[in-house]
Design a protein around this ligand. Structure first.
Ligand code: FES
Ligand SMILES: [Fe+2]
Length: 447
């Protein structure tokens, strides 16, 4: 195979005012294979929440790149993560998305395993005339290379030789703290998950979560509905700061949004949102102010879109959505999404949150379907790799500053770079972090 040259794929010269990404990253099957190997299977990825396996013997399944993964809580309450594959002939031993099982029985020849991954029984072992070499083997499930939890968020790596999870998350962990601090009992998922696919590269989703530039262009019908609701004041759902056309008008509105880039490809974009009674979290505002003070509480109400490279996104506006990106092919991606909630909120707040979630986030809501449609338009236009460089990573380059700013200082969060400004700034420099992390992981194989 002809080696790729990294500088032909990511033109990383911000000091010279240039940062470009090659279209081949979105369409070339050879690049996709290398991404699976070296990005998804070559380092930490997000797996799910600890609350998805709350009780002893609870489990859920997921993937790391192409590797099927089983997460269990054993009888002593310890969370574990295994390659979901039988040592006998490789069958997945758990095919359900989630459940509770003291014992996993392989569907092929009935080898069985405890929720701690130990082999319980090999069918007809005594009559099997196995030789010594076989008995010397461990017949249990293989633990994945690295597995860790940060405040209820679970991460894993197929490869064992990775930095610590704390190092991987770095300063982006402050954003997880803000979410976890919404409740003393942490966060959980509203039961029922949504899974959908779009016919485009996974990096379309990676970028779009932080793409404020598209909002008025891609979601005009949503904006019209929000404006009408605001005018008529008839709706029982009130939207986020991204709501009506007013937010995007431009002019001298001062600083109302911006972004922060962190190490290892993690980024966050934010928009100013005042605490108001239409938000489910508002009922806890007084308690949050008392516990965390004005600065952290104000941050908890801001609109925030966090991406933890390469596969997790938490979008916080009126409601909070957790998104997990699963690449299937260069031009096919599967998404799993959930409504992420603080435990213990009132039934009224929960109801309000779920209505707002459905309104904006679900594929049946008013935003996600628009996004998926434009991803597919991009992919259709991306097939001509010969077209070369994209120009979609340049907005904000002349205004980006190294380090954080007053807003990140307020909560003791450091950033690699930051930018803040009016709504029409719509920064694109934060995407550059993705591609620097992409290039760092791919550098192992791409010359
Ligand atoms: S493949 Fe699992 S028992 Fe044979
Ligand atoms: Fe969108």
């Amino acid at each position: 195979m002809k080696p790729f040259r990294l500088e032909r794929l990511v033109d990383n010269r911000p000091a010279e005012g240039v940062f470009r990404v090659n279209r081949a990253l979105f369409s070339d099957p050879k690049i996709f294979d290398l991404e699976m190997q070296h990005i998804f299977e070559g380092g930490w990825v997000f797996l799910g929440l600890a609350s998805q396996a709350e009780q002893p013997h609870d489990f859920f399944t997921t993937t790391i790149g192409r590797v099927p993964v089983l997460i269990t809580r054993d009888k002593r309450g310890v969370l574990r993560a295994f390659v979901n594959s039988c040592p006998h002939k490789g069958a997945r031993i758990a095919s359900q998305p989630s459940g509770n099982a003291r014992v996993f029985v392989c569907p092929y020849h009935s080898w069985s395993f405890s929720s701690a991954g130990e082999n319980r029984a090999i069918k007809w072992e005594r009559a099997g005339c196995y030789a010594e070499g076989f008995h010397a083997d461990d017949h249990g499930l293989k633990a994945i290379g690295a597995f860790g939890e940060y405040r209820g968020f679970l991460f894993g790596s197929v490869k064992a030789d990775v930095p610590s999870l704390e190092d991987h998350l770095g300063e982006a962990r402050h954003m997880l703290d803000l979410i976890a601090d919404e409740s003393e009992d942490g966060v959980e998922l509203v039961p029922g998950r949504v899974r959908f696919r779009f016919a485009a590269n996974w990096k379309m989703q990676l970028e779009n979560c932080s793409d404020q530039y598209h909002f008025t262009s891609t979601h005009p019908s949503l904006i019209k509905v929000l404006d009408r609701r605001a005018k008529e004041q008839t709706a029982d759902v009130v939207e986020s700061s991204l709501g009506g056309a007013d937010f995007w008008k431009g002019g001298d509105e001062g600083i109302v949004g911006g972004s922060f880039s962190f190490d290892n490809g993690h980024v966050m974009t934010w928009g100013k949102m005042e605490a108001n009674p239409s938000l489910a979290l508002f009922e806890q505002r007084a308690a949050l102010l008392e516990k965390f003070g004005a600065a952290r509480t104000a941050w908890m109400f801001n609109m925030r879109n966090l991406t933890l490279f390469p596969n997790a996104q938490v979008a916080v506006n009126a409601a909070t959505q957790l998104r997990v990106i699963r690449p299937i092919a260069p031009n096919l991606t599967e998404m799993e999404t959930w409504c992420l909630v603080p435990r213990g909120e009132s039934a009224t707040a929960r109801r309000q949150r779920i209505r707002q979630y459905e309104d904006f986030f679900n594929p049946t809501g008013m935003a996600i379907a628009d996004d998926n449609a434009v991803y597919e338009e991009c992919q259709a236009g991306m097939t001509d790799a010969g077209n070369g460089w994209l120009q979609g990573h340049a907005r904000g380059l002349a205004g980006t500053k190294p380090g954080g700013n007053d807003l990140s200082n307020m909560i003791g969060m450091k950033a690699v770079s930051s930018i803040a400004g009016p709504s029409q700034l719509a920064d694109e420099t934060l995407f550059q972090s993705y591609y620097r992390a992409w290039a760092a992981r791919m550098a192992q194989v791409v010359a």
